[in-house]
Design a binder for this molecule. Sequence first.
Ligand code: OGA
Ligand code: MN
Length: 289
Amino acid sequence: MSTSSLKIEAIGPAIGALVSGLRLGDDITEGITDDQREALLAALLKHHVLFFENQPIEPAAQRDLAARFGALHIHPVYPQAPGVPEIIVLDTSHDNPPDNDNWHTDVTFLPEPAMGAILSARLLPPSGGDTLWASGIAAFAALSGRWQAMLAGLQAEHDFLKSFPAHRFARTPAERVSWEAARLKHPPLLHPVVRTHPVSGQQGLFVNEGFTTRIVELSASESDAVLRQLFAHAAKPEFTVRWRWKLGDLAFWDNRLTQHYATADYLPARRVMHRATILGDAPFYRPSN
Ligand code: OGA
Ligand code: MN
């Protein structure tokens, strides 16, 4: 099957593209072709987050689609779709308020964080609940040369507990058991502050407010000041795209040099999203020449 019907339109200069002419949802039974897979990976490299409209997809099909791009992560604390542990269910409402209304890169508490993720809109509030993505490549490129040089080669600590604290994720005895296991399995670890994209070779900022606690080569007060500056800088509108969800939309992002933010403006209404998380490689920094 050819990819000639595939259309990719940028929806922002730094990040984001709308993809059409391709079925990904439940009405494809044979899955995507190798050519389509390659075309999507190339588009992802260029645009960092891809949006697909009107692609309703059941958990098993979403798992199979994501698995075409790599091994899948099973999240240690988030709830799972029945019978499909690779699909996270983010079901938020008045009784279970959202926790992803902060800028974050998914699962950077892992030594090999996700290369990407596929998110499906299952149930939406009457309005609100938009998600924003930001390009760490655009954010890094906009820094002065002296600031880039200062950051290059530094290491930052990423801590599972910063986004998954006991008071929120260990409230019942059953939650406490899985949270304890997750905490022991995921001690704080280090990643480069500036990451080289393993495929494109581009440099990008790789600290995020969700998990990054400190830059280890700096004093505590220096680290606080630098991280505060970087978190604010990375979220500048110039580096972002904002997606207003419609039922059945899918987003596929490159999680290696992006962050995202789920706007929590819809309570007490309910919102349900399903995520498949594709594992990646260990982040590294390689100086450009
Ligand atoms: C995620 C996430 C965003 C959203 O799935 O990783 O942060 O809009 N969700 O629900
Ligand atoms: Mn997320």
